[in-house]
Write a protein that binds this ligand. Sequence first.
Ligand SMILES: [Zn+2]
Length: 462
Amino acid sequence: MTEIRLHNTKTRRKEVFEPLDPQNVRMYLCGPTVYDRAHLGNARPVVVFDVLYRLLRQVYGADHVTYVRNFTDVDDKINATALARKEAGAEGTLEDLIRERTEETIGWYHADMDALGALRPNFEPRATDYIGAMIAMIADLIEKGHAYAKDGHVLFRVRSYQNYGALSGRSVDDMIAGARVEVAPFKEDPMDFVLWKPSDDELPGWDSPWGRGRPGWHIECSAMSYELLGASFDIHAGGIDLQFPHHENEIAQSCCAHPDGGFARFWLHNEMLQVEGKKMSKSLGNFFTVRDLLDQGIPGEVIRFVFLQTHYGKPMDWTAEKAAQAEATLRRWRGLVAGIEPAPSPAPSVVAALADDLNTAGAIAELHQMAGDPALLKASAALLGLLEDVMGAWAEAPQVDLSAHAVALSNIRAKAMETKDFSAVDALKSALMAAGVEVRMSKAGVELLPGAGFDASKLPDV
Ligand SMILES: [Zn+2]
């Protein structure tokens, strides 16, 4: 069997991955809060851990992997939208409007992640369907001395869990010094975090032993992973921004509630995404959603390819240039595999690259070597969720015939080689690039490919 090695944040080392039960390999990914469209950074964990899911299915069998990704549908931003709609005269109760908003955003999320070629997880639990399990877990934590109720709130007693901070490698005292911890009258210690909080009439709430209220965010992942995957499971994944406090809090809750379980054995974290070398932010004007890119005509498969060119453990930079190159590569590969049946299994070199801590960049480098064997290329690319028939509609769009431009450019170039005056070559090349054409000139000849921003109306006359 293929040996998979993964970088485990918990031990800060690359370790051989051996599942607790090879018949049922279990992984959990923190999912979205469904209050709006997913921005591009939110899509990165979905795509990289989709490749992990595909690899596990390849190695252990498609029916022997259980993948859970939650929907957080209890959140103040969801409430705010629902309340604003109600105040603007929308019909229905606040609960109806909240449900309507979450249904709407879950639908968007599915459409956007489907467009990126991400397989749907086996379970997509919604927090609101697991309130009972959360209340039971909170009551158990109080019973065991790890939590306490005060003024309608329930707080987790951080200092009752000795290993708190082990995942992110920080001590509780350092965290207090460095973090903006909320000091509140109902807290015994500023580090304690909310398991349950009271709801007023304007907010959704559920009856509990501590009054009408709603759960904190962290407890939902602990409760849902326990219900669906058990007290110990194989892999917990998420963005590095969730490592502290969210993942520390999940560990504290789960390990205190189920001390014999051990919770997740491997922790995988993806690094953040930047845009054109800058942090994505609304104030810089480079904040965009997956849907924004799809609407600009950038195919989901191209977005996926760009993501996978960078290892998940490194920060990745989204650039328009990378998107144009990815589109050209995928078009070329799609031309090679059109009408070809995939080989029965992917190339061992691609499996080996992915088994080495999801080296997707290395796997793509291997795909580049397979132009001579389209059947193998197609089977191997599928392990990365690329070149699949369902994703290919964009590449079937009518192609513009650039052969006349290619001939003209090659003729001008041949003449320039004699006269040593390349100004006409440069002028035509610039005009083509201005129309979004990718120009490749080599000894073998001239190749022109429509890039991501291609606009046929801007093509120069030749
Ligand atoms: Zn989580």
